[in-house]
Design a protein around this ligand. Sequence first.
Ligand SMILES: *Cc1c(COP(=O)(O)O)cnc(C)c1O
Length: 306
Amino acid sequence: MTIIQNLGECENNNLYVKREDLIPFSFGGNKARKAELFFRKIDSDEYDCVVTYGSGSSNHCRIVANECCRREIPCFIISPQEASKRTFNSQMMELLGAETLTVPVSEVHDTIERKLAVLTRAGKKPYFIPGGGHGNIGTEAYVQCYREIQKQEQTLATYFDYIFFASGTGTTQAGLVCGQLLASDDRQIIGISIARKNPRGRDIVLDSVKEYMEGRATEERIQAATIFVDDYTSGYGKDDRRVTNTIEDVLKQYGIPLDATYTGKAFIGMQQYIEREQISGKNILFIHTGGTPLFFDSLKEMSEGI
Ligand SMILES: *Cc1c(COP(=O)(O)O)cnc(C)c1O
């Protein structure tokens, strides 16, 4: 269980943060929570190597590489050339012995298929983890997180009216929404998109929710529960002054590291949403989804004045 910290008053609301970044494995984050479930399956069905997908700045690939490394099984990462920048995450993947195959994004799908076929032909039993830990297993990880939040509310004797977080592949959001649909409560769960635009971004979350729920919630309830805000996107990895200012402010004020790709944008998105919707007197939970190595990439860029 990750801690929920009370950060005190923020624009006439009570702000709390759930520190998923403090999950105690390989700098944590939502990818660590998802990977734990994927690797439970890998262990129980005795797969002996892993193939996954992600960019050079992928938190998911770092964690998967680390989980493979501790088990001494090979890890193959298929990475799109268009996003293969050297980062602290990619340096960790190297250190952890993952083998990265960099190809143009248009060839990613075929390269994955070919790699899996080659491994199988060589007598291996490869497991494929979708990029970002997408799919029902990843969704389940955040259904469990939702239940954790409910338990923590009892301990804290509070109720979070709003939950905000960075939404990328949408799996984290799908899990939280499914958790809510199963619990039938009425808070607002608001995914701040860090890249995808509507309607596509929201549609992907809806698909994941429906796949997991298997008819256990009506279309109307699913639609109402899925709020995907795309006002603050500037693409994966893109930086701007507002984001770096927010990273600096949050570090100075709370001692919490954010990054320019995910959590920094989500934090701004949350602040602007609160302001625009004139939300006041509410309990607000920000889920810190991790990405600590990316904080150091941001720090480097900030200190170099980029
Ligand atoms: C991947 C990631 C997200 C987005 O999570 P999804 O489940 O893909 O929507 C948010 N924050 C961080 C730090 C991430 O690494």
